[in-house]
Design a protein around this ligand. Structure first.
Ligand SMILES: Nc1ncnc2c1ncn2[C@@H]1O[C@H](COP(=O)(O)OP(=O)(O)O)[C@@H](O)[C@H]1O
Ligand SMILES: [Mg+2]
Length: 229
């Protein structure tokens, strides 16, 4: 569904992604892994059109998207939950959700958002900043679902979230994948979470892809070499 081939990316003169390739098969939950600073967030931003690449290609459902701006990519049905969630704390829950519609042509929020996250309906007129961390993550997920994406991209969705809510978020991702057929690409540092939720993995090291496979191939040797801090 998503195929990144040999991309290079620079922050000014700093070469950050090196001939990086990533394959996200349709129907998979692919977990992007690697230590802090290896380029996981940068890769997701390149996919979303928030950072530009110097060469290589990014194909979504056989369409080359690397030359399209970020709004156009959303139209191609890629939903994105950024690291740190980026909720507008002064806006209401409703207005936060509506910002997710901007890139879309439809005017109405899909009802699935409130079916998955009933708490958002209850808190529709509260300010985003008044929500707990777990509720804000649900809001960020709901906002990404406003365009009814086919591919959902999540950058560390469990970062700074209480353990009991982490499990809930894992259940929601599995449900979106298994029941609604969404393909998911997520960055996740927690191994038990990755093993429970993901079907595939890809590991980055210093801006390069160094290992990938199905999640049951993620063995201790790879973990020691690339993931242990
Ligand atoms: N806006 C930026 N400008 C310059 N350097 C950046 C910027 N964002 C990230 N970097 C650098 O790029 C590298 C990769 O960062 P990042 O993609 O955030 O890694 P990860 O998400 O894997 O922790 C790091 O060395 C980081 O300091
Ligand atoms: Mg990151």
């Amino acid at each position: 569904m998503l195929k990144v081939s040999s991309i290079n990316q620079y922050y000014r003169e700093s070469h950050t992604l090196w001939d990086l390739s990533l394959d996200v098969p349709k129907g998979s939950v692919t977990c992007l892994m690697g230590r802090n600073g290896v380029g996981k967030t940068t890769l997701l931003k390149c996919i979303m059109g928030l950072e530009s690449i110097t060469d290589g290609s990014i194909q979504f459902k056989d369409t080359e998207i690397s030359k399209l701006n970020a709004e156009k990519r959303a139209i191609h049905k890629i939903g994105y939950v950024p690291q740190g969630r980026e909720i507008f704390s002064q806006l209401t829950v409703e207005d936060n959700l509506n910002t997710g519609l901007v890139a879309n042509n439809s005017k109405q929020l899909p009802s699935i958002i409130f079916e998955l996250f009933p708490v958002l309906k209850e808190m529709l007129h509260r300010r985003g900043g008044d929500l707990s961390g777990g509720q804000q993550q649900q809001l960020a997920l709901g906002r990404a679902l406003a365009i009814e994406p086919e591919l959902l991209i999540l950058d560390e969705p469990t970062e700074g979230i209480q353990p009991n809510i982490v499990r809930e978020i894992g259940d929601i991702i599995k449900k979106l994948n298994q029941e609604l057929g969404l393909t998911v690409l997520l960055v996740e540092q927690k191994l038990p979470f990755a093993r429970r939720v993901a079907s595939n993995f890809c590991i980055l090291e210093k801006g390069r892809d160094v290992a990938n496979g199905s999640i049951n191939e993620l063995d201790d040797q790879l973990i020691d070499k690339y993931l242990k801090v």
